[in-house]
Ligand binder design. Sequence first.
Ligand code: F6R
Length: 263
Amino acid sequence: MRLVLCESAAETGQAAAAIFAARIERGPCVLGLATGSSPLPVYRELIRRHREADLSFAECVAFTLDEYVGLQPVDARSYRATIRDEFVDHVDLPVAALHSPDAADPDPQALHRAATAYEETIRLAGGIDVQLLGIGANGHIGFNEPSSSLASRTRIKALTQQTREDNARFFGEDETVPKLCLTQGLGTIRDSRHAVLVAQGAKKADAVAAAVEGPVSAACPASVLQMHPHATVILDAAAASRLRNVDYYRHVQRLNDELGLLP
Ligand code: F6R
């Protein structure tokens, strides 16, 4: 696991976007996209590079991590609509190349079929090359809440009350945040070739410390990244504030900067 310690949220976006851009410039690739606040600086920087530095997504395929059950893809509160609004519609990624779990039909059998189909579509695309991740205050990645199997695949999950409250800001006052979602599993995320987690703010500091320096445990789903062959964790100062081995991470970061060891 590589730690990248940044001063600001904007810097986390630049560091993560540089990883995505380097992969995209090498040729056609499959991107994993996350929703929420954490990836916004990354998308801002990728959009800037698209506009000002000719970074093209025309040959990319993209998969989102998760979707609320019961929302139509065109519903503005759906993660598919959100990712289009925040990123895809601002670059040249073909909309037909954007995949997201189909969670519109709340019938359990339909959801099981959609989850299986999503896994198969990822497999047929050749797997995910670079997966962007945020982390919940309780350590979730995707919507794999604590107690999720570290080997799980795309499936139905029940959201915790905390996650629903955290995400209530995307819903109107008189609207209910869905109780269920379809999410890529921790096993699905672990299969990505490069996992890039970004976190900003003190609210994430405990979850980040547990994920990076705690035991590998379903109690902190993001700790599965310790088992990932190529994971990069990009943090601003507040999100890194509860880490113990900061001096070592900075030392490695300096070596990398000097020697250009790692992508
Ligand atoms: C979103 C997702 C979630 C979020 C996490 C953090 O697709 O999968 O894991 O990344 O809930 O959300 P923010 O970034 O809004 O704090």
